[in-house]
Design a protein around this ligand. Structure first.
Ligand SMILES: Nc1ncnc2c1ncn2[C@@H]1O[C@H](COP(=O)(O)OP(=O)(O)OP(=O)(O)O)[C@@H](O)[C@H]1O
Ligand SMILES: [Mg+2]
Length: 251
């Protein structure tokens, strides 16, 4: 199996807090890869390492075989063109309209005319259920709508690799199902590799090709949904069954 992204023995601390502790991960190409793990466990930190927004204290981050850790900001900018990212908080530009937000990567990275860009933006907004909303400002939207604008922006360039940090949190069940469907379509129609962080176990079991569980700074289990469901590790069992009692201590 071809791996588009590999992390090798990655360590990351913030001050005295160790978040990643010798993490190893191989993500297969052209699949929906879902990363699960407890809140505050380092999932968003892990995604930020994959696009070079954070650098590890130690270890390698290989993207299509190339270690991106030693690269300069300028070299990283090239690599980032392969990626689309939906940030957990949306990370929209508050002073730009919805249309300008989604158009942003197209204006930065392509030489397309404004008419062509507008057409793509309309199409991406329609895909996330926001047809005709291009004129709105982010502050005029609900949390779920902002998330979907972020999703439209992440998909604007039809990227090879798309990172989705909790794409369905805060969305109603029907909208969540539609977004999960869009993620699977992104893989099937554009041949993209999807890396998804999710707390929705049911949806994960339905949409993932591979699941990876992050716990105490390492990937402690990985496999197909069936393999994860059959996994006997007590940490994995507690997590996928959503039980308060077990080895994972939260309070
Ligand atoms: N830039 C930063 N500076 C200092 N600490 C950070 C920084 N980014 C993350 N952390 C810390 O790293 C830990 C992991 O954070 P992270 O955001 O990756 O968690 P998470 O698994 O995504 O949680 P959630 O499911 O709640 O989104 C947290 O304790 C957080 O406070
Ligand atoms: Mg997070």
């Amino acid at each position: 199996m071809e791996h588009i992204i590999s992390l090798r023995d990655v360590y990351k601390s913030f001050g005295s807090q160790q978040v990643l502790k010798g993490l190893n991960l191989d993500l297969p190409k052209d699949k929906v890869n879902v990363i699960i793990g407890k809140s505050g466990g380092g999932k968003s930190v892990l995604l930020k390492h994959i696009i070079g927004l954070l650098k590890p204290d130690k270890g390698q981050v290989l993207v299509a075989g190339e270690d991106i850790v030693p690269l300069s900001e300028r070299e990283l900018a090239n690599i980032r063109r392969k990626f689309g990212m939906l940030f957990q908080e949306g990370a929209l530009f508050d002073s730009l309209t919805v249309e300008e937000n989604v158009a942003f990567p197209l204006r930065e990275h392509t030489k397309k005319s404004w008419a062509e860009i507008k057409e793509i933006v309309e199409q991406k907004l329609a895909q996330v259920g926001l047809k005709g909303m291009g004129y709105k400002m982010p502050a005029e939207l609900s949390g779920g709508m902002r998330k979907r604008v972020g999703l439209a922006r992440a998909l604007a360039l039809d990227p090879e690799i798309v990172l989705f940090d909790e794409p369905t949190s805060g969305l109603d069940p029907v909208m969540s199902a539609a977004i999960n469907h869009l993620i699977v379509r992104t893989k099937e129609e554009f041949g993209a590799t999807c890396i998804v962080i999710s707390h929705d176990i049911k949806a994960t079991m339905e949409t993932a090709d591979h699941i990876f569980m992050l716990y105490e700074g390492k990937i402690i289990a990985s496999g197909t949904p069936e393999e994860i469901q059959a996994c006997e590790d007590p940490v994995v069992r507690q997590f996928i069954l959503g039980r308060a009692d077990g080895p994972i201590k939260v309070i």
